[in-house]
Design a protein around this ligand. Structure first.
Ligand SMILES: *[C@@H]1O[C@H](CO)[C@@H](O)[C@H](O)[C@H]1NC(C)=O
Ligand SMILES: *[C@@H]1O[C@H](CO)[C@@H](O)[C@H](O)[C@H]1NC(C)=O
Ligand SMILES: *[C@@H]1O[C@H](CO)[C@@H](O)[C@H](O)[C@H]1NC(C)=O
Ligand SMILES: *[C@@H]1O[C@H](CO)[C@@H](O)[C@H](O)[C@H]1NC(C)=O
Length: 436
């Protein structure tokens, strides 16, 4: 018997057309949520390896737990690696939700269901205080902050997660098996609260196709750039990577820039800005940093900041012009908070209260959730625009209390969850008017 099995194994290795694999599983895995931008909706995304229907059964909890069902679509995705592994990514958007109501759901099909999960539909309007966990650069190996994030999420500390690029290291690695493993690992977090993303440099392989296939962000650009409203904030997610991987299309830089201008213009109309005064951006590679490597942010003329030669599509002027309040970045595996800053000049609100009515946007770089590349050290002498630098594994918490008050704090996982930094960002006037 042993001998026969060994022979069969040997034949399967050398003659793959014998198709000795077990039939591809139609059991759902890698379940995660994303917010389509409407408080009566939530999108559920998952993967199967065999073809299957895309169904979510759900209902209010407690009470009528699985009384409703919604259908969606499965997209066949073929990874760009040698094995051309095939999977089906299922997307179902639940609609008709009651804002603030808790729901129970399972996803899958009659050939296999996920376990049951709970989520809370986001609240409606601008008059509430959304809470976020924010971080970038979390890998499949050494995702040190993940257990703590899971505990926080189960305790109900967050309404939304913002993962600011660089997943899994990498989603495509080992014929996309690393992506599968990573998405299974984050499921205990990402199946409970919307997990909102932007692409980082680690997603670039095969033209970002694993990233585009596996996440389901709102808007028509396959998760590359989009914006959404939550409580008193307008949040813009974009790709810094269009500036670096020009081989995938030089036009993407211009296309995204034009979209950013339009989006910022709309968010800045007086009625809109009155209702949602906070404009917050998330993009992977920062404009400024004081790390001891040769990344773009260590260059005086950072490409993200100044654009491509000669100064085309630079983002610093754009975000300043439209009064962006807070810019969230990652890429550097550390935490760094900057004083309010524009064009290398610090614009403190006052020396005593630098973040009360600041004269320029505030930048926070938070890329130390944990990955196999470990932490990035800093240069010994930071420039005068750097306020706080922490080289620990950890993540950022953000709560937008109301139209004038936003709280940011940094959690060190190395120091057992200790809050190692915290600021109030306070703004009495929204928009670029505040800069004067
Ligand atoms: C959400 O709020 C808007 C404006 O306040 C209102 O028009 C709309 O009906 C609300 N939607 C739900 C589902 O409560
Ligand atoms: C890469 O993907 C983008 C869409 O995300 C597409 O517009 C572009 O043409 C693609 N580039 C190449 C070289 O395939
Ligand atoms: C900004 O405020 C901080 C904190 O008070 C202070 O250390 C720093 O020197 C100030 N920078 C400038 C340029 O005023
Ligand atoms: C906004 O929240 C802050 C912090 O909780 C509070 O001090 C302030 O009074 C609030 N403002 C309004 C208008 O409710």
């Amino acid at each position: 018997m042993r001998g026969l099995q060994a022979l069969a194994c040997f034949l399967c290795l050398w003659l793959p057309w014998l198709q000795c694999d077990e039939p591809a599983s139609t059991g759902p895995e890698q379940v995660h949520l994303s917010y389509p931008g409407d408080p009566t909706s939530m999108t559920v995304t998952w993967t199967t390896f065999g073809q299957a229907d895309s169904v979510v059964v759900f209902g209010p909890d407690p009470g009528a737990a699985f009384t409703r069902s919604a259908r969606g679509q499965a997209m066949k995705f073929v990874d760009g690696g040698k094995l051309a592994r095939t999977m089906f990514v299922h997307r179902v958007t639940l609609s008709g939700l009651l804002p603030g109501q808790r729901y129970a759901y399972r996803c899958g099909s009659p050939t296999g269901w996920s376990r049951a999960y709970l989520f809370q539909a986001l609240l409606n309007g601008s008059d509430w205080s959304p809470r976020f966990a924010v971080f970038g650069d979390m890998g499949n190996v050494n995702p040190q902050s993940l257990p703590r994030l899971q505990r926080d999420t189960e305790m109900g500390l967050y309404d939304v997660i913002l993962h600011v690029g660089d997943f899994a290291y990498d989603l495509h690695t080992d014929n996309a098996r690393v992506g599968d493993s990573f998405l299974r690992k984050i499921e205990p977090v990402a199946a409970l609260v919307p997990y909102m993303t932007c692409p980082g440099n680690h997603e670039q392989k095969y033209n970002f196709s694993n990233y585009r296939a596996r996440f389901s962000m709102p808007g028509g650009t396959e998760s590359l750039w989009y914006s959404w409203d939550v409580g008193p904030a307008h949040i813009i997610s974009f790709s810094t990577e269009v500036y670096f991987f020009l081989e995938y299309g030089q036009d993407l830089v211009a296309e995204q820039f034009r979209w950013l201008v339009k989006d910022l213009q709309v968010a800045n109309t007086p009625e809109r800005r009155k209702e949602r005064p906070w404009i917050i951006t998330m993009g992977h590679r920062p404009m400024y940093c004081s790390n001891n490597d040769h990344d773009d942010c260590t260059q005086h003329e950072s490409v993200v900041r100044q654009g491509l030669d000669p100064h085309r599509y630079g983002l610093e002027d754009l975000f300043y012009k439209y009064g962006v309040d807070l810019e969230l970045w990652a890429h550097e595996h550390s935490y760094e908070r900057l004083w309010p800053l524009y064009n290398y000049k610090v614009y403190n609100g006052s020396t005593k209260a630098p973040y009360t009515n600041p004269g320029a946007p505030v930048h926070v770089i938070t890329g130390s959730a944990g990955c196999q590349e470990q932490l990035d050290p800093f240069v010994p002498e930071p420039r005068e625009w750097s306020a706080v630098r922490i080289e620990d594994y950890g993540y950022t918490r953000m709560q937008i209390f109301n139209q004038t008050h936003l709280w940011l704090e940094q959690v060190s996982d190395d120091q057992k969850g200790k809050v190692v930094d915290g600021i109030w960002l306070i703004k009495q006037r929204p928009g670029a008017k505040a800069w004067q």
